[in-house]
Design a protein around this ligand. Structure first.
Ligand SMILES: CC(C)=CCC/C(C)=C/CC/C(C)=C/CC/C(C)=C/COP(=O)(O)OP(=O)(O)O
Ligand SMILES: O=P(O)(O)OC[C@@H](O)CO
Ligand SMILES: [Mg+2]
Length: 250
């Protein structure tokens, strides 16, 4: 287990469920990203994810990550949608396989193409089963996912069990950035019963009620992105969400 993984496990034990904030380097440029990251660090976010399903400007992403690294203490974890998402200066990378993709590129090929740079840049790979729930989002489209219906928790659990047998220590249940509906607590609870690793849930989470239900169902970390890009007063709302999930689960 690497340093970041140890930190995530230890922080989850200490604080309860964690909050990850996603910075899309295509939306937030350098100055904005630093400001946002500093604010969410103060609010209590435990890590910053940097990525984007259509983030193809590698130079821009590298610059955002490099400046973030100098500005905050919490780990910066890359969240690549393609090989272009592997850049230097971050602490770790969600080294993910899109388990329910119909295109082998997103299951193993992008990983093979990206792996040499992960090694070269000294990024800690977090072995992650990325599973897309529902349809119609950018990640669903780009990743050629066979989206798992929101009301089929057993299918998601079967994928997570397979991920566990393959040695993956993280699963990411993803409804997609800006999703109208987030993953349902019932699905998280079903996965929690079988999967022993770290469960990340994201996509369409915008309020404390949803966040609380997902954590009670067994999520170890929630990812919030779009809300912070779009809504006025969203930092206040993020603070409420952070407080509502604090110490819910030990
Ligand atoms: C491990 C390596 C090198 C690559 C993994 C490649 C995989 C598995 C890709 C999965 C398919 C995909 C396109 C995922 C996108 C994940 C992502 C970074 C989502 C972030 O979403 P936003 O950037 O907010 O989405 P928008 O682009 O829709 O705003
Ligand atoms: O942008 P939102 O909807 O918060 O989703 C976050 C993340 O799960 C997307 O990959
Ligand atoms: Mg986005």
């Amino acid at each position: 287990m690497g340093k970041v993984e140890q930190y995530l496990q230890a922080t989850r034990k200490k604080k309860g469920a964690l909050l990850f904030v996603l910075i899309d380097s295509e939306v937030s440029k350098i100055k904005e990203s630093i400001k946002l990251a500093r604010e969410v660090e103060k609010i209590g976010a435990s890590a910053i994810l940097v990525g984007g399903s259509s983030a193809v400007d590698q130079l821009e992403m590298a610059q955002v990550v490099k400046s973030l690294k100098k500005s905050i203490k919490i780990p910066i974890i890359l969240f690549p949608g393609n090989v272009t998402g592997v850049v230097p200066s971050a602490d770790a990378i969600l080294f993910s396989s899109l388990m329910n993709s119909e295109n082998p590129y997103y299951i193993t090929q992008a990983q093979a193409l990206g792996a040499p740079n992960v090694l070269k840049f000294g990024l800690e790979p977090l072995p992650t089963a990325y599973i897309i729930i529902g349809e119609g989002t950018t990640a669903w489209f780009v990743g050629a996912a066979k989206g798992i219906p929101f009301d089929k928790p057993n299918i998601a659990a079967a994928y997570c069990l397979a991920a566990q047998f393959l040695g993956m220590r993280f699963v990411y249940l993803e409804a997609g950035s800006g999703a109208k509906e987030s993953v349902r607590p019932q699905m998280v609870a079903t996965v929690r019963k079988l999967f022993k690793g770290f469960i990340i849930v994201g996509g369409g989470i915008r309020d404390s009620k949803t966040a609380t239900e997902l954590v009670k169902a067994g999520a170890d970390a929630l990812v919030i992105g779009t809300m912070l890009e779009k809504e006025k007063g969203s930092l206040k709302k993020l603070g409420e969400i952070a407080n509502s999930i604090k110490n819910l689960k030990k």
